[in-house]
Design a protein around this ligand. Structure first.
Ligand SMILES: O=P(O)(O)OC[C@H]1O[C@](O)(COP(=O)(O)O)[C@@H](O)[C@@H]1O
Ligand SMILES: [Mg+2]
Ligand SMILES: [Mg+2]
Length: 337
């Protein structure tokens, strides 16, 4: 079945097909992803209320990373927890917004998966009505573990069994990988269902577009300075072509653009974030996005190593991120020596 044919392919249908025909996905993982998708629909509705819903502004609290939480950070986290804790597919959940993993309450059945998420990515954009999103990652509980603990979440990204993100923008889209390609679904707001709108998304290997917060330029390391200098020099420089720059400051939106039309996204190591290891979170942001990017033919490194190979040392670990069109990511990584 092809998307955009007269008959819509709903997310549920797509997942059942993946389960039946290709055996790519187990029934309980399918159900887990459906629950995540339902939670994202609720978040999309909450985000869409904007100023009318009283959901904008600060929550007046902070998370473990010392960042001020927005009301919608807290609301989105609650929605994901509430939707997922009773489903019976999970052993525990971990979130960028919570200090420790959230165990499945006593009264509910437990399952064999771990769910990790950034409930609202780019939330500093929410008050100015710019796209935000949800990023999620699914791991298996390690063999023999009956009671999942924090250590069980510390698995390298290559062990993810699924990852995805939602962008709450002009339309709400979900991009998903089960480890065999990347597929895009668009929320049909009238039907309240995600509909397949693109199968097998592929990132072009070459690009003329980069995405970085230029205001951090003086803090970057030499290899990133060199790469960006060469891009900015355009036709007159060593690259011999002009580059464009885009920075939404919502990783989901910036990475979604790259998955759609190519580009390179960077939140590199810099002297401001060096002490904490980088800016973006390995388990909630870098790993799921790297899995999706690689599945779409792109590459993702810290500049020094492949992100998916990193063995996490702690739940809220941060890493430098360079991801997107393969030839550009390879070039920046080579510049790091
Ligand atoms: O404010 P900066 O330096 O532009 O950083 C933007 C980056 O920070 C993030 O907003 C961090 O995500 P959260 O909003 O989930 O904390 C990324 O989405 C984005 O790429
Ligand atoms: Mg984020
Ligand atoms: Mg967030």
């Amino acid at each position: 079945m092809k998307p955009n044919s007269s008959k819509p392919i709903f997310l549920t249908q797509f997942l059942i097909e993946e389960q039946r025909s290709a055996g790519k996905i187990k029934p309980d993982l399918r159900l887990l992803l459906e629950v995540v998708a339902r939670a994202c629909k609720r978040i999309s509705i909450a985000v869409g209320k904007g100023a009318l819903g009283g959901v904008l502004g600060d929550a007046g609290t902070g998370n473990i990373q010392g960042e001020a939480q927005k009301k919608l950070d807290v609301i989105s986290n609650e929605i994901l927890l509430e939707a997922n804790e009773w489903g019976g597919h999970l052993a525990a959940l971990a979130s960028e917004e919570m200090d420790h993993p959230h165990p499945i309450p006593e009264q509910y059945p437990k399952g064999g998966y771990l769910l990790l998420f950034d409930p609202l990515d780019g939330s500093s954009n929410i008050d100015v009505n710019v796209s935000v999103g949800t990023i999620f990652s699914v791991l298996k509980v390690p063999e023999g573990v009956t009671q999942a603990s924090e250590a069980d979440f510390l698995q390298p990204g290559v062990q993810q069994v699924a990852a995805g993100y939602c962008v709450y923008g002009p339309s709400t889209t979900m991009v998903l990988t089960l480890g065999k390609g990347v597929h895009q679904f668009t929320l049909d707001r009238e039907l309240g269902s995600f509909v397949l709108t693109q199968r097998d998304m592929m990132i072009p290997a070459d690009t003329k577009e980069f995405s970085i917060n230029m205001s951090n330029q003086r803090f970057w390391e030499a290899p990133v300075q060199r790469y960006i200098d060469e891009c900015v020099a355009g036709k007159d420089g060593p690259r011999g072509k002009d580059f464009n720059m885009r920075w939404v400051a919502s990783m989901v939106a910036d990475v979604h653009r790259i998955i759609t039309r190519g580009g390179v996204f960077m939140y590199p190591l810099d002297s401001k974030t060096q002490a904490q290891g980088g800016k973006l979170r390995l388990l909630y942001e870098a790993n799921p996005m790297s899995f999706i990017i690689e599945q779409a033919g792109g590459a993702a490194t810290t500049g020094r190593e492949r992100i998916l190979d990193i063995k996490p040392g702690k739940l809220h670990q941060r890493v430098p991120v360079i991801m997107g069109s393969k030839n550009e990511v390879d070039r920046v990584t080579q510049y790091h020596g």
